[in-house]
Ligand binder design. Structure first.
Ligand SMILES: Cc1cc2nc3c(=O)[nH]c(=O)nc-3n(C[C@H](O)[C@H](O)[C@H](O)COP(=O)(O)O)c2cc1C
Length: 147
């Protein structure tokens, strides 16, 4: 399998979306795990660190915590080696009503870290959990990420 989805999910929203995408693409979801899911832990200790070396294309996803990328996903992305030659799509889930309340910033943060690892980031999607358009945003994302 050339592709995989790498996520962190504390309460299951990001995992649920990732599972739907994985089913459509017939690929695996690799879940980053930490010793504690307390979002206030500044330097989380990772207990499962997915190895992405064998994949050409990755989809990374995380929840927004405190207007930012979750610390667990941030720690995971920062410890990745150089991934020159790989491509990625990313998505985040969040629940505040406006994109500027964390969604946009979190996507930018993820993109920046991945670009520092020489990953070419293509598509980015913000899934607002409270939005009436949530299902159509997810469906649209699944369509375009699975092409
Ligand atoms: C500690 C904490 C902080 C959060 N901070 C934000 C935030 O700043 N902006 C936002 O839109 N949602 C925020 N949320 C909501 C989550 O991003 C949202 O529920 C997300 O879908 C959870 O994903 P998960 O179920 O995969 O963990 C926060 C949730 C938690 C638990």
């Amino acid at each position: 399998m050339e592709k995989a989805i790498v996520i962190y999910s504390k309460t299951g929203n990001t995992l649920g979306v990732a599972n739907r995408l994985a089913e459509k693409m017939n690929i695996e979801v690799l879940e980053v795990k930490a010793a504690s899911d307390d979002p206030n832990v500044m330097n989380p200790v990772l207990t499962y660190v997915p190895d992405v070396s064998s994949y050409k294309h990755l989809i990374f996803a995380s929840p927004v915590h405190g207007f930012s990328l979750s610390k667990v996903m941030q720690t995971y992305l920062n410890q990745l080696p150089d991934l020159n030659g790989k491509t990625a799509d990313i998505f985040i889930t969040h629940f505040f009503p406006f994109a500027w309340m964390g969604g946009n910033r979190t996507l930018k943060q993820m993109k920046q870290i991945l670009e520092n690892k020489n990953v070419k980031v293509n598509q980015m999607t913000s899934v607002n959990w409270k939005s009436k358009k949530r299902e159509s945003v997810i469906d649209q994302m699944i369509l375009s990420y699975s092409k």
